[in-house]
Design a protein around this ligand. Structure first.
Ligand SMILES: Cc1cc2nc3c(=O)[nH]c(=O)nc-3n(C[C@H](O)[C@H](O)[C@H](O)COP(=O)(O)OP(=O)(O)OC[C@H]3O[C@@H](n4cnc5c(N)ncnc54)[C@H](O)[C@@H]3O)c2cc1C
Length: 624
């Protein structure tokens, strides 16, 4: 039941996160400082974010033609988060940060995602935006645009999508021309201290956090194409560059002026869920806020021209792991709510002997096997998804502060696991939310209980940050085949290590054997999908492949967690916990549930992959 206990189990019994304190970057830290941050996060999320979650759903953002209005709880809750210094938790001390390991920062975020994903998206986007400038910007851009983000003084966005270009970013039409005279004319950019200065024109759709009055400014990170001498843009992703476009113009010394940049809100999107994060259609350069008498939003190039998508991937990879974790935590919220309900709702009597005695009191529904099945599904998704998110965060730490060998392995595994970290929780935590509604029966279908909102909020996660289908193409089309399948080999070696450990523990050995079989099935299907070398055949069933691969990864994680629970029990950990022996037994039972109920789905998904089945590929539009 307690998320905090599971976070502690994952961080310490499984990931041994305290070992990170031996690395130079984290020597100031210890288990005590980790605990203090988690205590604070848990409390703040419970007391400030959670009570606001329903309000921000019912009081959608509005636009009166001039200004966006958000419920008062939104800036209030975010300010508590900012005041606690959590925006820059993992950043360098000279950026105002605490130099916490990323894995602890993500563990801290998990409480906020669970309490209110919509509120937590503001810091998530702002941090990702500032991290991208930190990775690719000039020292002045970092000082002027990233640092205020880490301080929580400004907010950040990512502006990729356009009305006509969502999944296909190569088709964006936003243009950036050099702003040589400061009035949008000329052919060469001036040496502006804030970077090569351009004027941007175009429409950006679905921009989260795109317009509001919180903070001192909004820093948009915008993808746009720079036309050549002939006025034409280069087709494809090679022509895409990245720009910083502040909502209000900023001077070279970082002071924010009162002058609006030429970025206008065209309207708000009215969403199924996730209503607390304002979502916008922005018009860049339409002339509503002309700068120096000229239409065109002032933007500063980040990184090299033509490298925009590559730079933006810093943000996108971070956001993909974060989106996966947020999906998981909505799954966790539904799990908690339906578990609490199931322990209190009396309904029916036991199956079997005595069950027909209608004078006997009814039993709480948690005693019905089918309800336990629905709780088990939610448990494996919530706790397994959290484990996957924290594992990825620790790989980010290894990538940053590990030995050269750890770094190499972390980079490779992160590339492979990112599509899974994003898509698996998006799909299965949504299903978990559906099961939470089911446990509450009719009550779950009403707005008097929170579970329907969790489902609506979570429905977003299979769509944004690369749809499910796009993640599948990335996994099977790129990640498992790049460098002659190197990433898949590295992953397989890690899985084999876990299987070898399980072999040495009598009652876990059978799970290890099932996992070995699943790994072999995925490896064989990968080879068979690509046997003809034709992408249209290999990728015809990329989504079932993604599902199978995701379940393989989670099978591996659940075996790891079963091993960690076994070791914790042997060492007497948790024996004094108020959660009792059930805590570790529950981990073990969840692993068994996953292996018995979920892992067997893998071969069924892989049949069409291995066949290179073309039923869907050959279907003609007029057959539907
Ligand atoms: C609430 C919300 C918040 C968002 N926030 C942001 C944001 O802050 N910044 C931002 O830039 N964007 C944001 N987005 C946009 C989001 O990333 C896009 O919606 C997403 O990339 C999909 O684009 P699309 O909606 O145009 O759908 P489309 O790209 O039109 O896709 C429609 C369907 O077709 C499928 N499809 C498309 N192309 C292919 C293909 N090649 N192969 C197989 N299937 C394909 C997709 O998988 C999908 O199922 C947000 C979206 C929403 C809904």
């Amino acid at each position: 039941m307690s998320q905090r206990a599971t976070v502690d189990f994952l961080l310490h019994d499984w990931l041994q996160a305290e070992r990170l304190c031996q690395r130079e970057r984290h020597t100031e830290h210890s288990r005590e400082t980790f605990d203090a941050v988690l205590d604070l996060s848990e409390k703040m999320a419970r007391e400030t974010f959670a009570p606001a979650n329903r309000v921000i759903d019912t009081e959608e953002p509005t636009f009166d033609g001039t200004q966006v209005h958000l419920p008062a709880v939104t800036p209030k809750a975010l300010q508590t988060y900012i005041d606690a210094g959590l925006m820059a938790a993992s950043k360098d001390a000279d950026l105002g940060g605490m130099q916490l390991p990323t894995v602890v920062e993500m563990a801290s975020m998990s409480f906020f995602y669970k309490a209110s994903m919509s509120l937590a998206y503001y810091p998530m986007l702002t941090r990702g935006n500032a991290n991208t400038i930190l990775a690719h910007g000039t020292p002045r851009q970092i000082e002027v645009f990233a640092k205020p983000g880490f301080e929580g003084r400004t907010f950040g966005t990512m502006c990729l999508s356009e009305p006509q270009a969502g999944s296909s970013l190569s088709d964006i039409a936003t243009r950036a021309v050099p702003d040589v005279h400061g009035d949008g004319s000329g052919t060469h950019w001036p040496q502006d201290p804030l970077g090569p200065r351009y004027r941007l024109t175009g429409n950006k759709m679905w921009i989260s956090g795109g317009e509001h009055n919180m903070g001192e400014n909004i820093v948009h990170l915008v993808l746009a194409k720079i036309p050549g001498e002939d006025g034409k843009t280069i087709p494809g992703v090679k022509g895409i560059s990245l720009f910083i476009v502040p909502r209000k113009l900023v001077k070279a010394d970082g002071s924010i002026t009162a002058t609006r940049n030429d970025v206008a809100l065209a309207g708000l999107n009215h969403k199924c869920g996730n209503r607390g994060t304002v979502n916008t259609l922005l018009n860049f350069g339409e002339g509503r806020h002309a700068v120096n008498g000229q239409a065109g939003a002032v933007g500063y190039l980040v990184g090299a021209a033509g490298e925009g998508l590559k730079c933006m991937f810093t943000l996108m990879n971070e956001a993909r792991i974060a989106v996966g974790l947020s999906a998981t935590m909505l799954g966790y919220a539904g799990y908690d709510a339906s578990l609490a309900y199931a322990t209190q709702r009396p309904q029916g009597r036991k199956a079997g002997a005595g069950g027909k005695d209608h004078t006997a009191p009814q039993i709480p529904i948690i005693e019905h096997t089918d309800v336990k099945r629905m709780l088990m599904l939610q448990k494996v998704v919530a706790e397994g998804g959290l484990a996957l998110g924290l594992l990825c965060a620790q790989l980010v730490d290894d990538d940053y502060t590990g030995t050269p060998e750890q770094r190499e392995q972390a980079t490779t595994l992160l590339e492979l696991l990112t599509p899974i970290a994003k898509s698996w929780p998006s799909e299965w935590a949504l299903e978990a939310n559906s099961q939470a509604i089911q446990i509450l029966g009719g009550y779950g279908y009403t707005r008097d209980f929170p579970v329907e909102q969790y489902w609506r909020d979570n429905r977003l996660n299979m769509i944004h940050e690369g749809t499910h289908g796009i993640q599948a193409l990335d996994l099977l089309g790129r990640k498992v085949v790049m460098n002659q399948g190197h990433a898949l080999q590295v992953f397989a070696a890690r899985v084999q290590q876990t299987i070898a450990q399980a072999d040495a523990v009598a009652d876990l050995a059978p799970l290890g054997q099932s996992l070995a079989q699943a790994l072999a099935q995925v490896q064989t299907a990968t080879a068979q999908a690509w046997a003809t070398g034709k992408p249209e055949e290999a990728l015809a069933n990329a989504t079932p492949y993604l599902q199978a691969f995701g379940h393989l990864v989670l099978g591996w994680i659940w075996l790891e967690l079963a091993l960690a629970a076994h070791a914790a029990q042997a060492q007497g950990h948790w024996c004094n916990s108020p959660l009792g022996p059930g805590f570790l037994k529950g981990k073990r039972a969840a692993a068994e549930y996953f292996f018995d109920y979920e892992l067997p789905r893998i071969p069924a998904w892989l049949v069409v992959v291995s066949q290179r089945n073309m039923t869907c590929a050959y279907a003609q539009p007029d057959w539907f």
